[in-house]
Ligand binder design. Structure first.
Ligand code: UGA
Length: 464
């Protein structure tokens, strides 16, 4: 089928890549001409595992343009996958959605076209998009696009860092629309993914025991609410385990064991129960804020979602308290921050817990020296905090007073911690993700402090 995808960010690009991979003809539209030129040269605008290899594989069926008229008129399906950043009151800024919808109205082709909202937009936006497309059509052509247009919501559940995997092997595909034809068009579009009939790319094997993918069809607003429901539930699952981690610390329990025991109940499930610094990124903070804003619009409070946010954002202060308890003061101390990205396998720094923590440390008079395996170039461009950047473990550890692990990048497990210890002034590790091997670290002379787990080792100054 002929597909247009408006917006070449994480969601748009992944959608374009995976649909092209399963055989569709895709045009990606982005108003950023520099981004378009780079994508057409095979370069990615951000770090995402396998995206570059995938782009090379689908070159014949995917190209990018900054001009709507090169993509919209011939498309049978048009995805809106533009950014919806938060406004100060938590409501999403829909200006990019608005201009995409207006452009679609101006350039709508002769055939039946399904306009699909893939951006996470407040409930009710599907109707809004349809109204905008119709208005723009009327203004450009006169008359109504009746019979040629249907709007659907098809929320995206991909995780950054695993975006292609999640698009090719999803848990479910959700489509909400009032027009039956729109649902049938999207069923056909997704058929290779629903049936898992495509040959997996060599670098992304199909998960074992993967069967057919459930295709859930609903009305428009229910599909929109499913997206918020899923993200808010995952966010509160993490906040719940963080709340329990606070109690675990008081009573001397180990939250990792508690999470394992709780998560083995099939009704609860083991994932997203990892205690630590809490959630960040472009989705959970934004979507929980949007949910509260939506509630406010109807005079409705959503206290569980509110509490999930409160617990989450105060997790960062707990890490500061732990450092203070060990070092007594942070003034003039050099703290190493391992990981700047909001989670591993991405260079995305949006709402990164690591940066929020860095800010708290700087406010306390500490120097913050940051390391990240992939996000340093982006940090140098985007971060305005006065951080020092270290390219190597040695550069990071030299003369520092404590190590804080903020992002669970696998390579931190393989560093030569025993050798690095001698470079520190005080061998203290505060593990904000309960990720490192605390026993091994304390065996080689570190004091190891996690979140909701017993601390190990004794803090002693290193003799230099
Ligand atoms: C999230 C959802 O997982 C996706 O399903 C959704 O499509 C996406 O938002 C979106 O709305 O676009 P993402 O933000 O990429 O995906 O990342 P996650 O893997 O969900 O992690 C979010 C944050 O939670 C990270 O900061 C991570 O470190 C933290 N986290 C995750 C925990 O603190 N504990 C856990 O157990 C799991």
């Amino acid at each position: 089928m002929k597909v247009a995808v408006i917006g070449a960010g994480y969601v748009g690009l992944t959608t374009a890549l995976s649909l092209a991979y399963v055989g569709h003809e895709v045009v990606g539209v982005d108003l950023d001409t520099d981004r378009v030129a780079r994508l057409n040269r095979g370069e990615l605008p951000f770090y995402e595992p396998h995206a570059k290899e995938m782009l090379a594989l689908v070159r014949e069926r995917l190209h990018f343009t900054a001009r709507y008229e090169e993509a919209i008129p011939q498309a049978e399906v048009i995805f809106i996958a533009v950014g919806t950043p938060s406004l100060p009151d938590g409501t999403p800024d829909l200006s990019q959605v608005r201009s995409a919808a207006q452009a679609i109205g101006r350039h709508l082709g002769e055939g039946f076209t399904v306009v699909v909202n893939k951006s996470t937009v407040p409930v009710g936006s599907g109707n809004y998009v349809e109204a905008l497309v119709r208005r723009a059509f009327r203004e450009a052509h006169g008359g109504e696009p009746d019979g040629r247009l249907a709007v659907a919501s098809n929320p995206e559940f991909l995780r950054e860092g695993q975006a292609l995997h999640d698009s090719l092997y999803p848990d479910r595909v959700v489509v909400g629309a009032e027009d039956r034809r729109a649902i049938e068009v999207l069923r056909e579009l997704y058929e290779p993914i629903l049936e898992q009939s495509f040959a997996p790319p060599p670098f992304l094997p199909r998960p074992e025991r993967m069967g057919a993918v459930p295709f859930l069809t609903t009305d428009l607003v229910s599909a929109e609410l499913i997206k918020y429901g899923a993200n808010a539930f995952l966010a509160l699952k993490i906040s719940f385990i963080n709340e329990l981690a606070r109690l675990a610390e008081k009573v001397g329990a180990d939250i990792r064991e508690v999470a394992r025991g709780v998560g083995l109940d099939h009704r609860i499930g083991p994932r997203f129960l990892q205690a630590g610094l809490g959630w960040g990124g472009s989705c959970f903070p934004k979507d929980t804020a949007a949910l509260l804003a939506m509630g406010r619009e109807y005079g409705l409070s959503l206290p569980i979602t509110e509490a999930a946010r409160e617990v989450n954002f105060s997790q960062r202060n707990l890490i500061v308290d732990k450092l203070l308890a060990e070092l007594k003061t942070l003034k003039g101390k050099t703290i190493i921050l391992l990981g700047l990205a909001f989670k591993p396998h991405t260079d995305d720094l949006r709402e990164s817990p690591a940066l929020a923590l860095a800010e708290l440390l700087l406010e306390r008079g500490a120097f913050v020296r940051a390391h990240d395996p992939v996000a340093l170039p982006r940090a140098r461009q985007e971060v305005t905090l006065p951080l020092e950047y270290a390219e190597t473990p040695e550069e990071a550890f030299q003369g520092a007073d404590a190590v804080v692990l903020a992002t669970d990048w696998p390579e931190y497990r393989t560093w030569h911690w025993e050798r690095l210890r001698g470079l520190l002034r005080t061998p203290l590790v505060v593990d904000g993700r309960n990720f490192l091997d605390g026993k091994a670290l304390s065996a080689v002379g570190y004091r190891y402090v996690g979140v909701g787990i017993p601390a190990l080792g004794i803090l002693s100054k290193v003799e230099v």
